[in-house]
Design a protein around this ligand. Sequence first.
Ligand SMILES: [Zn+2]
Length: 211
Amino acid sequence: MDTFRDFKRYADQVAETARWAARKGWAPATSTNYSVRLPDEAAPAICAITMSGIDKEQLNPDSVLAVDDQGHPVNGERLRPSAETLLHLMLYRRRNIGAVLHTHSVAGALLSRLAEMEGYVSLSGWELLKGLEGIDRHDCEVRLPIFQNSQNMAQLAAHIAPRLPDTETCYGFLLAGHGLYVWGKTLPDATRHLEVFEYLLQCERAVRHYD
Ligand SMILES: [Zn+2]
């Protein structure tokens, strides 16, 4: 990437995050995607995002690309961005956030189907809720919305955008039978939120006897 001299630093961060999530077991069979917002000086690039169809445990910065607001690669046609780039871009448009992380954990896939009729997974009473920015008590309720899955990412992004709760402490959603999307103001915030949600989904899975 020669249009933005600091790109390598951002690509390193994205690659490191992808490898970390894969080591956790949240990225089976080349699935999942990860991005960070780029600064204004990187325009027209909006974010740095992992390329499609690669084992995330082996991912290196050369497999991270910059995309514009249409999801097209800014740094040449060599790499194909993740199929779900449009969901990342929708979140960057709607929220003042710095990173979006998407995983395919067993707990996320399972609970998103089992609670699909309710439309959300209710998380309450867990100490680790305090790992979410702005939450300082365990005895509150955080709802993780669930949306129906689709292979048409443009339609899916348009469906989800107006339905995301406007609450400050909304940091993620589930796609039914698919996985978890999480974000944060910074990449460390987003990775902490991801750990919180993955941990709490495992707790809920056990408490609800979904094993
Ligand atoms: Zn996915």
